[in-house]
Design a binder for this molecule. Structure first.
Ligand code: ASP
Length: 221
């Protein structure tokens, strides 16, 4: 999905206040609560691959900017000229914190995972880090309870610790659909923020909820 120019990740991602693309991505595996995130990367072809590499390496959870790029080069992650991400400057300036890409997954053995990749929000200050690479804010996975992925105003997700909160609600026995609806309601009522979430529990289908005009999502078995 980072290669699809219509989505706010990789090619076609929104532009910051300097007219540049700065990308964030995160992954988490619910089995051992391993997580990796990268922020403000400009020259990594697939930021989600770099997040995976950070997670596999295991020393740190979050890397940003030039340090993340150096780590990418050192670990053989594909690099690129930053200009590749800009394919339609006008449209990329208009992106309003939407169309981030993310997935939650449960395999046949019940293992849960989440991955998310984004350009953030258009016009953001250079150096801004959103919720997507931050475990507990824009994503979370715990095999015991569920996996969550968010999109929307990242500052609100960070302030509410929303992804972690949702997993705690699953832990307390709330049904996944109710957790998703409740999270979006909370986002809107507490901080007047807009966004959407997808969530999958230990059993049953995934659920989505959003208070944005639309949030395309799909499920596969
Ligand atoms: N949540 C992302 C961010 O704030 C933006 C989005 O989901 O579109 O970085």
């Amino acid at each position: 999905m980072e290669d699809e120019p219509l989505l706010n990740a990789g090619i076609g991602a929104c532009l910051n206040a300097d007219g540049e693309v700065e990308l964030d991505a995160g992954v988490m595996e619910g089995a051992a609560l391993r997580a990796g995130g990268v922020a403000c990367v400009k020259d990594v072809r697939h930021p989600v691959d770099l997040a995976m590499e950070v997670m596999r390496d295991g020393r740190h959870v979050l890397l940003s900017g030039s340090g993340a790029s150096r780590f990418a080069r050192d670990h053989g992650v594909e690099m690129t000229d930053p200009s590749i991400f800009i394919n339609n400057r006008k449209r990329q300036l208009r992106q309003q914190g939407a169309d981030t890409v993310g997935a939650v997954a449960r395999d046949s053995e019940g293992r849960l995972a989440v991955a998310v990749s984004t350009g953030g929000i258009s016009g953001k200050l250079p150096g801004r880090i959103g919720d997507s690479p931050i475990p507990g804010a824009g994503m979370y996975a715990d095999d015991l309870f569920g996996a969550v992925c968010g999109t929307g105003q990242g500052e609100a997700f960070i302030r509410l610790g929303l992804a972690r909160l949702m997993v705690v609600e699953l832990q307390h026995g709330m049904e996944a659909g109710a957790v998703a609806r409740g999270a979006v309601d909370f986002l809107g009522k507490s901080l007047r923020a807009r966004g959407g979430v997808i969530v999958i529990g230990r059993e049953g289908p995934p659920h989505a909820a959003f208070n944005t005009p639309a949030m395309p999502w799909a499920k596969a078995q």
